[in-house]
Design a protein around this ligand. Structure first.
Ligand SMILES: NC(=O)c1ccc[n+]([C@@H]2O[C@H](COP(=O)([O-])OP(=O)(O)OC[C@H]3O[C@@H](n4cnc5c(N)ncnc54)[C@H](O)[C@@H]3O)[C@@H](O)[C@H]2O)c1
Length: 253
């Protein structure tokens, strides 16, 4: 049987949510094609990918079309087609500012990196015909798309845009047999999360709100990601993996 291939954009280090997803895909027989942001990030990304037996990594920064083309050239020359594209990237230069203080430039840049890049990359993969029918695109959202979460500031609206893009792309690409979804984990301490004001408190609040008295870990998130990526009936949806913390209000007695 042909080995399935997954392009994974968003591994920074062992703590990255995309690392958890790549591991679960790899355990389930996927060949992982990972990217790294820059040379500084490479050794940390390799710590993850070496464990998965991956020897080919690609530099990629949103907006660098040559780097994206190099990935496509590799796929085409190696006769590989993608069965999954994992979009696990986010950036907001003014995340520490209150929403009403954020500049248009920062909001625009964050929307491109964190949301629209899913569309840009998908568009290039489709134009090059390297995405298999039956293939799956998965991105990562957060409940801040629906709720005003203190400290999450500008990323809430950016995630709302991302979720709307998931629905739009899913509607457009269903005819090609391609599915598009998001999963929405509860808080996980990662590099990106470390930039969010009061993140340790957010972890604690979420743990306390959870009926299970815990938060989701990389393994939990990886398992849901694999299900959403491979289940042929799922498209255009956002799935929570947060131990119930965002659907529960607990009142101390
Ligand atoms: N950590 C959480 O609590 C949490 C919760 C819900 C959703 N998410 C989402 O999960 C995704 C992954 O984040 P994470 O928490 O694993 O953090 P992370 O720091 O491990 O990953 C973020 C990734 O984004 C990449 N990135 C940033 N700017 C980029 C650019 N210009 N071009 C290419 N790549 C770029 C980084 O290199 C890094 O690999 C993000 O979309 C984040 O919003 C995180």
């Amino acid at each position: 049987m042909r080995r399935k291939n997954a392009l994974v954009v968003g591994i920074a280090n062992q703590e990255s949510i995309s690392a958890g997803i790549a591991k679960e895909l790899s355990v389930n027989g996927y060949n992982i094609i990972p990217t790294y942001l820059n040379e500084k990030a490479l050794p940390f990304v390799k710590e993850v990918t070496d464990q998965l037996g991956v020897d080919k990594l690609f530099p990629f920064k949103v907006g660098n079309d040559d780097q994206l083309q190099a990935i496509i050239d590799y796929l085409q020359s190696a006769g590989l087609r993608l069965d999954a594209f994992v979009h696990g990237i986010a950036f907001a230069s003014e995340i520490k500012k209150d929403l009403h203080e954020v500049s248009w430039q920062s909001f625009k840049d964050s929307t491109r990196v964190s949301s629209f890049s899913m569309v840009e990359i998908t568009g290039k993969l489709i134009a090059a015909d390297v995405l298999n029918p039956g293939g799956s695109i998965l991105t990562l959202s957060y409940i801040g798309s629906h709720l005003a979460v203190e400290g999450y500031n500008m990323m809430g609206p950016v995630k709302s845009i991302l979720e709307a893009l998931v629905r739009g792309l899913a509607s457009e690409l269903g005819g090609k047999g391609i599915r598009v979804n998001a999963i929405s984990p509860g808080p996980v301490m990662t590099r990106a999360a470390g930039g969010i004001k009061g993140f340790s408190n957010l972890l604690e609040v979420s743990r306390n709100a959870s009926p299970l008295s815990r938060t989701a870990e990389l393994d939990d998130i990886g398992k849901l990601a694999f299900e959403v990526i491979t289940n042929p009936s799922i498209t255009g949806s956002v799935y929570l993996v947060d131990c119930g913390s965002s659907v529960t209000i607990r009142v101390p007695s």
